[in-house]
Design a protein around this ligand. Structure first.
Ligand SMILES: [Zn+2]
Length: 251
């Protein structure tokens, strides 16, 4: 898989903006899965939201400022956010308002790695739920942490009626780069974009890795977990104060 680059300074919001600018300077067009393939030199720019919609919304705003669009995949079974929470739904709607596309991040393991028609039905059902909540079309799916076997079994261009981001179609046509685990395996994204040696790219980033200041990958995740825990606590305290404020009960 090549060398692992632990360049924490790569994962700041400033560096993120630099990546977008490098891609634009190198002549890449930002395209969506629905319009693939288009032109000679393009990039599919994709985010799997595994941990933080708050961080995703920050990236979405930067992309809007830079006048590019991306596809954001929502995981319905995430344990650090819930797409049906009002605040989270509103953030996802903000991402849509920035002009981006929302896709389904489908968790095979949740369903004990389904196969055949079963997986098609489950993906179609989750896409229907997400489309209903957001009032938008869900046309593309990416698999969350797919096993080698799942990837092997699901290489077709569509699953559950949706475009499959993991289909052979995209992988055979494009150089694939991912920020999995908050590091680069092989050349860092910025270098690849600057050099422009691959005319067709699929770039996967996970918003949790991109922060204001550089820090260790684990620390970036802990910040999100603690931020959510603090929010839960203050929401509860607010509710409690409201209820106690309307009663004469003292404790
Ligand atoms: Zn994922």
């Amino acid at each position: 898989m090549g060398t692992i680059n632990l360049r924490y300074e790569d994962f700041t919001l400033d560096s993120y903006r630099a990546c977008i600018r490098a891609a634009k300077n190198a002549g890449y067009t930002f395209i969506s899965y629905e319009t693939f393939p288009r032109g000679e030199q393009f990039v599919l720019w994709r985010h799997d939201i595994d941990v933080s919609v708050h961080r995703a919304a920050k990236l979405a705003r930067i992309e809007r400022e830079e006048d590019i669009t991306a596809t954001y995949f929502i995981w319905l079974h995430a344990y650090t956010y819930h797409f049906w929470e009002r605040k989270i739904t509103d953030l996802i709607l903000q991402i849509l308002e920035c002009g981006h596309t929302i896709g389904l991040h489908f968790d095979c393991e949740y369903y004990h790695n389904p196969t055949g028609d079963n997986i098609d039905d489950l993906i179609a059902e989750e896409a229907r739920i997400l489309a209903g909540v957001l009032q938008t079309k869900i046309q593309v799916v990416s698999l969350h942490n797919p096993s080698r076997q799942m990837l092997q079994n699901h290489k077709s261009e569509r699953i559950g009626g949706l475009i499959n981001a993991y289909s052979n179609y995209f992988f055979s046509e494009c150089k694939y780069i991912s920020d999995s685990n908050g590091l680069w395996r092989g050349d860092p994204l910025l270098d690849i974009l600057r050099e422009g040696q691959y005319p067709r790219l699929q770039v996967l980033t996970h918003p949790v890795w991109w922060t204001e200041e550089p820090s260790l990958p684990l620390q970036r995740v802990i910040q999100c977990i603690e931020g959510r825990a603090q929010q839960n606590q203050s929401d509860y305290e607010e509710l409690r104060n409201r209820i106690l404020g309307h009663t004469s009960i003292e404790n």
